[in-house]
Design a protein around this ligand. Structure first.
Ligand code: ATR
Length: 273
């Protein structure tokens, strides 16, 4: 029986066990996926002993993703660019690491938009770990102008320095004026999560009429940002699909079958939000 895990600290809130067990049941695979709570002080030992454990691989979440990146030398390009590892698996006796957040972001937009990859100009609000994954995804998708606006300008600058000339850093106060050129607006901050700072975002009426608006926050599913955009008539994509899609590559590595993100899976996870 193949076994996989998700580890973090804390980990009880993780949706990953529910998600992967849905696919295991659906495909009648006698595999096993469990949440393992590991304190930061014990993470090094956990990862070091992993190759000799019962696990074929697993997911790594907060606060261990950067530490996993430092420890795992065999990383794919996405992990390399994002500077964090969220998915690991054993291959030929070696532990390999990937970051599937950029894949999850793009696959979610692919599900709901036929033309987002044709757009060129994006405005990304926020400059944390999630923003890094999304900028990588946007560059891979062919965007040529990516504006990064953040409350702490230095963090936006540091991302722009890393990703190069297609990106520009701005203070959060520049969002209003950047909106009029943005064909894609992505919120990567916790604004709107559980009602946080709902009023911080400016009015979106200056967005181009064909703009697509997406938010990586999925609690609530319809964030204040998405609500405002929908009211103004813009196409919107919520963040739940990114969570679902980022899980696909790991499942395929551990259990040997590429699972699908379906409305049934979405409803199954929605029940627990
Ligand atoms: P993650 O890894 O999920 O991206 P993070 O690294 O804590 O999390 O980043 C959170 C992002 O939300 C940051 O861009 C943060 O801005 P700062 O870099 O200035 O801290 C942004 N953020 C959180 N609350 C915000 C608020 N009330 N207004 C504007 N930006 C906010």
């Amino acid at each position: 029986m193949q076994k996989a895990f998700v580890t973090g600290w804390p980990i009880s809130h993780s949706k990953s066990p529910k998600l992967h067990r849905f696919w295991l049941d659906h495909h009648k695979i006698s595999g096993f996926y469990e949440a393992v709570a590991i304190e930061p002080n014990n993470f090094r030992e956990f990862l070091t002993t992993l190759p000799n454990s019962e696990f074929k691989g697993g997911n790594i979440t907060l606060p261990h993703k950067e530490r996993a990146y430092e420890m795992i030398k065999n990383r794919d390009e996405a992990a390399e660019m994002i500077g964090a590892v969220n998915t690991v698996w054993m291959q030929d006796g070696k532990l390999l690491g990937s970051n599937t957040d950029a894949y999850g972001f793009s696959a979610n937009l692919d599900d709901f938009s036929t033309n987002w990859r044709k757009k060129k100009n994006a405005l990304v609000v926020g400059a944390g770990g999630a923003s890094r994954a999304i900028i990588h995804a946007l560059i891979e998708a062919g965007f040529s102008r990516i504006h990064i606006a953040n409350r702490t300008l230095e963090r936006a600058k540091s991302l722009s320095d890393q990703f190069g000339e297609k990106t520009t850093a701005h203070p959060f106060s520049a969002v209003s004026e950047l909106l009029c050129e943005a064909e894609l607006l992505v919120n990567t901050t916790s604004i709107g999560m559980n009602g946080n700072n709902e009023d911080v975002m400016p009015n979106f009426s200056s967005l181009p009429t064909n703009a697509l608006v997406t938010d990586i926050v999925y609690t609530p599913l319809q964030t204040p940002i998405l609500k405002q955009a929908a009211l103004l008539g813009f196409d919107t994509v919520d963040g739940l699909g990114m969570l679902l899609h980022q899980a696909v590559p790991g499942f395929e590595k551990w259990f040997g079958l590429k699972p699908s993100v379906t409305p049934e899976l979405r409803n199954h996870i929605l029940e627990s939000l």
